[in-house]
Design a protein around this ligand. Sequence first.
Ligand SMILES: C=C(O[C@H]1C=CC=C(C(=O)O)[C@@H]1O)C(=O)O
Length: 371
Amino acid sequence: MPLDFFQKIESHLENKLPFVAYRKPNEKGVTAIFQDDEELHHLNDYSETGFVFAPFDSDRAAVLLKLDEILNLTHFPEEANAPSQDIEIGVDTKQKDFHLELVKKGIAQIKAGSFDKVVLSRGIQLKTDASPLILFQTLLHEYKTAFCYLWYHPKVGMWLGATPEILLTMHNRKLTTMSLAGTQNYGNDENPNWGNKELEEQQLVTNYILKALDGKVSGLERMPTETVKAGSLMHLRTKISGNAKQEKLGEVVKALHPTPAVCGMPKEKTKAFILKEENYDREFYTGFLGELNFKTERNRNNRPRNTENNVYRSISKNTTLFVNLRCMQLKEDNLQIYVGGGITKDSDPEKEWNETVAKSKTMLKVIMATE
Ligand SMILES: C=C(O[C@H]1C=CC=C(C(=O)O)[C@@H]1O)C(=O)O
């Protein structure tokens, strides 16, 4: 185990200084970004460079970690996955009743024509003395296709997650995003059948994204909808791409976030319903996080004729943002797992509850493996 990398994280934690460590989907390398002081920086206008951590409520400020030191671990050692046991935790009947009522209220509003789809969620609290670093390393072993992260700021808190969803990537002018929704348990079939509820739920998200980007992004293209595996779950995904000017980045993020994969349709009405009715604070769950305007410099051989012998350097700006799903917040001796699901007119409250139980296993598996 390369100690330097994790020791540095450990010492930043002991000194209560902000940092984030993460690995992008299907990549081997892990990156850690360290801020040297405990200053709380907020995002202003998307022209800044840093690691952004934004809450669900887009009216609240997003946090920006400064890139004072960046360490890269080129390869996180492979290890056999822990055997996947079926994890059961006791059902909190009060919480279950509240969630069933909440879902019923959502369905009633949809049937009354107030909105088309709403994503309703809950928090699950557990006692733990698990070490954040061990939890993070377990995430890295378990979820190779997810964006795995551990984020900490002494004035905000500590979060950890393994999300399957990209909010947006922008490399120079090329923009990609995705519509991810619809859930079923993975049962050894990579191409399962999908019910109408899930197909419609995901289609609503795709339509919303295409409409939100119209006029801001040129050459919009959508790929065929596919099934993707995320831990022991499957989702429907449609990739969407196009071109946009760098200056449009903030406008595009604001148009997308929060998408109906985590909020609903129409946005403002469903957001208000969520903030009023969920009865707990999502904070950074269903917000987004990632690299903002990271610069990479390349020396190019195919330099234009008029640059003579000067080395032709091109600087590209990269932004890679993920939706904060399948995550938890770690506190002193307890933690909170956050889970939710998309509600449509065809939702069945009991099934929606079961879906949140299934989603909670992504984090529960990691907690159990460290106990
Ligand atoms: C809101 C969550 O998932 C979203 C992403 C994929 C599938 C979803 C669904 O089927 O409801 C949700 O829209 C969550 O994991 O807490």
